[in-house]
Design a protein around this ligand. Sequence first.
Ligand code: UDP
Length: 238
Amino acid sequence: MAEPIYRRVLVKVSGEALAGTDGAGIHQATLERIAADLVATQKLGVSIGIVVGGGNMVRGAQMSGKGIPRLTGDLMGILATVMNSLALESAIEAAGGAARTMSAVTMPEVCETYERRRALRHLDKSRMVLLAGGTGNPFFTTDTTAVLRAAEIGAGAVLKATDVDGVYNADPKKDPKAVRYDKLTHKEAIERDLKVMDATAFALARENRMPIIVFSIRESRAIETILRGKGRATVVSS
Ligand code: UDP
């Protein structure tokens, strides 16, 4: 059996991925499939940090259309990431894994507060850590959070789970001629303004030489397949 290509990774799951075919909220079968995939991946001997987005519930920048200021909208988005993380934590535990949610925003009645050393202890004890609450600051995204936390916990790569099998030169859902990249450098991703991650996330990844593997989470065992070095994906690296 192929050895996992990384021993520690940061898996980024967007809120949209959790919404599955429902388009919003949390789709139970999708949540359970992702949790089972994470537990199977951990059994390969991989230690796993997870950052979950909040876009299935709230995107701060879009709230202004509803009369809610951006800053308040971002705080609502931050809360959405905590809700999603708690849902995934429960699903991981139901699938037989151990997981702890840690939030960048203090809410002791809800979950632990993020502290790097505590997160590392959980990982050493074979618990997955869900790093919730984004960076704890408005005007950032959970993609930036994923790269930041990946660097903090010493992950070998960010595995960015999306609903397409990599990075394309145009939106493959709108343009049938869109071409998929197998490999890209961080510099190319920034210069070509590829929308798969925001520029802050790519810049941080570039500075920390953090590879980002973009793949589709739609198939079962997608994360495990990538860690076994198989499957379709785009690797963004230095
Ligand atoms: N957010 C924030 N600061 C952070 C991370 C997230 O303010 O450090 C807010 C922001 O409003 C964002 C929302 O939380 O739109 C949800 O996160 P994101 O859009 O990254 O979720 P995803 O697209 O991955 O589901």
